[in-house]
Write a protein that binds this ligand. Structure first.
Ligand SMILES: Nc1ncnc2c1ncn2[C@@H]1O[C@H](COP(=O)(O)OP(=O)(O)OP(=O)(O)O)[C@@H](O)[C@H]1O
Length: 291
């Protein structure tokens, strides 16, 4: 891998966001951009993407990107009008769920959104995924806070509150400007902010399964299925997409995540991958570079 920048445990959320800021500019110009947080369970993906959304210093990339977008929209006299909408998709065990569907219960919203990835002329999209019109950064942060409560978490050896699903938060920004010739120019950009589920090796995962009896067996089987689905989709993403973005045949079909994001992958749109490493992975990297 080639890294454009490297951050340490002392780097601030603000510093990390500077890597992503140019993508906000792209979106304001009407382009599509994607940020992935990719790494082993417990290495800080959710911390990096969401952080503590109510704390100025600790808030992560999502709240900072939202604020940067609304700041741009507020530039005096630049836009005649604008509209922003947000959606939040969860992919768990290769099933799609809408994290922003209110009123209806969680099970129902899952049922509705489930398995509806289908193709249309313009690409692949999640059918029935709700889009929420938002007027301010505070509106978006409110939606995120509610979504966080619905996200599937579980305990892994390395993280007590581990995200067991991939989450794709998407902001769609439409702006209208008047050109010097007096015409109106409309553009629509999209920013996908993806917090991936954490990978976990079988040996480590087995260590976290305790107890006996048929209930424990069923729970263990469910955990194994979850772990395999997570690892399979991360493998496709890491091995085939991030390593060889210009390769002609990327197996997008191997996972719902890559299928849904195929427009943004393969070098067609601006993409930033934030790889988070555990202390033991860092030690291996360091000793390898010393050798
Ligand atoms: N740079 C950091 N500074 C302070 N705390 C951090 C940092 N990175 C991670 N943490 C803390 O470590 C714990 C695990 O981080 P987090 O949940 O973000 O990991 P994750 O990679 O998203 O894990 P998973 O894939 O299992 O969901 C959290 O309590 C988080 O607040």
């Amino acid at each position: 891998y080639h890294f454009d920048s490297v951050y340490t445990s002392y780097s601030t959320q603000c510093e990390v966001f500077e890597t992503v800021r140019p993508l906000v500019h792209e979106v304001m110009q009407g382009f599509e951009a994607t940020v992935f947080a990719y790494g082993q369970t417990g290495t800080g993906k959710t911390h990096t993407m969401e952080g503590e959304i109510v704390c100025e210093e600790k808030k992560g990339i999502i709240p900072r990107a939202v604020e940067a977008i609304f700041e741009s929209l507020g530039e005096k006299g630049k836009y005649v009008s604008s509209a922003v909408s947000a959606s939040y998709l969860e992919i768990y065990n290769e099933e799609l769920s809408d994290l922003l569907t209110e009123a209806r219960g969680r099970a129902r919203s899952r049922e509705i959104a489930r398995d509806r990835a289908r193709s249309r002329e313009t690409g692949v999209y999640a059918h029935n995924l709700s889009e929420h019109e938002v007027c301010s950064a505070a509106d978006v942060l409110g939606l995120i806070a509610r979504a966080q409560e619905r996200r599937r978490v579980g305990e892994t050896r390395m993280n007590k509150h581990s995200s067991r699903s991939h989450c794709v938060f998407t902001l769609t920004v439409t702006t209208r400007e008047t050109t010097s010739e007096g015409m109106t120019m409309e553009s629509t950009g999209k920013l996908h902010l993806v917090d991936l589920a954490g990978s976990e090796c079988a040996k480590t995962a087995a260590g976290s399964a305790a107890g006996g009896g048929s209930g424990a067996h069923a729970a263990h089987d469910a955990r194994e299925r979850e772990r395999k689905n997570i690892n399979q989709s991360l493998l496709t993403l890491g091995r085939d997409v991030f390593l060889f973005p210009s390769q002609a045949r990327i197996p997008y079909r191997d996972s719902k995540l890559t299928r849904l994001l195929q427009e943004s992958l393969g070098g067609r749109c601006k993409t930033v991958v934030i790889a988070t490493l555990s202390p033991s992975q860092l030690a291996v990297e360091e000793s390898a570079s010393t050798l």
